[in-house]
Design a protein around this ligand. Structure first.
Ligand code: HEC
Length: 271
């Protein structure tokens, strides 16, 4: 029995790996960590969030980034948006509800305009991970040295213009005084006065107040919704899989008990 329990424990405690990539020169709020993406909680069951994300995507991203491995109809069905509302608000031009979500921008044109063609984003979250995408969307900042006047902490020298500027407002890369840390991890103090020692560190992101349509909290929520939608596009059956998965595990557990009982019966004969 002990052996069984051990195998059981190992099986269920196995860590679940998720794809992730470094986050460039993104600094945490206290400046202690660099290159670590901000975490975002993805919720495939939150239909309202997915609907808001889809709306943002179709209005702010779809002009340049196709979702060509998905179909409008599938998205409307999964997100529980009636076809007429979907067609009226989330589809443009000649597109039909049964079509793949392609765009009309030609790759050679966009390459000439931006230096790099905007990639299809259907599988973006599978490629980079949700945390990366979320952090990327929040990390555009003013940089006069770049051709479009904008750079990104997560994706250095990116060719994408900051299409979120009106929502977020102008974001700048600024310097701040941050506490110094001793080798043992504690705060460094002045031995005479006991004052906490600080140093200047540059590269923090700061939104110029009053320049965006949304408050910082609203903007963060919008980017959660947008990332949630892209995560759904990468893995549209996640919700269904998790639902079925519960029954599969239950079935396996029952099977485990039965197999163990059978094993005990067989063992009796061995002696
Ligand atoms: C005006 C066109 C344009 C719009 C609109 C646009 N992007 Fe982009 N985007 C680009 C270009 C061009 C690149 C490629 C940049 C490069 O490789 O340097 C890019 C790159 C990206 C990447 C990185 C892709 C990768 O893996 O290399 C992501 C993620 C992304 N865009 C998301 C978005 C989202 C989300 C929106 C909507 C809020 C959006 N983009 C709106 C032009 C656009």
């Amino acid at each position: 029995m002990k052996k069984f329990l051990l195998i059981f424990a190992i099986f269920f405690s196995f860590p679940i790996f998720s794809a992730g990539a470094g986050c460039g020169t993104l600094l945490s709020d206290d400046g202690l960590q660099e290159g670590v993406c901000e975490h975002v909680e993805i919720d495939a069951n939150n239909k309202a969030s997915l609907q808001r994300g889809a709306k943002l995507y179709m209005n702010y991203c779809f002009a340049c980034h196709s979702l060509k491995y998905g179909r409008y109809k599938r998205v409307a069905d999964d997100l529980e948006i009636p076809y007429d509302i979907f067609e009226k608000n989330l589809m443009f031009g000649e597109a039909k509800i049964g079509d793949l979500m392609e765009i009309s921008m030609q790759e050679k044109d966009s390459k000439a305009w931006f230096g790099a063609p905007p990639p299809d984003l259907t599988l973006e979250v599978s490629l980079h991970g949700a945390d990366w995408v979320y952090s990327y969307l929040k990390s555009f900042y003013t940089d006069e040295a770049r051709p479009l006047g904008v750079n990104n902490k997560v994706y250095e020298n990116v060719g994408m213009p900051n299409v979120l500027l009106d929502l977020q407002g102008e974001q700048r890369s600024v310097c701040k005084q941050v506490p110094m840390y001793a080798e043992n991890g504690g705060l460094k103090q002045d031995p005479l006065t006991g004052e906490i020692l600080t140093q200047e560190k540059c590269g923090f992101l700061e939104v110029v107040p009053g320049t965006g349509l949304l408050s910082p909290e609203e903007f963060d929520q919008s980017m959660v919704d947008l990332t949630n939608f892209l995560a759904y596009m990468s893995d549209p059956i996640k919700e269904k899989r998790e639902y079925i998965g519960k029954y599969v595990i239950l079935y396996l557990l029952i099977l485990l008990v039965l197999s163990y009982l059978l094993y005990r019966e067989f063992k009796k004969d061995v002696h």
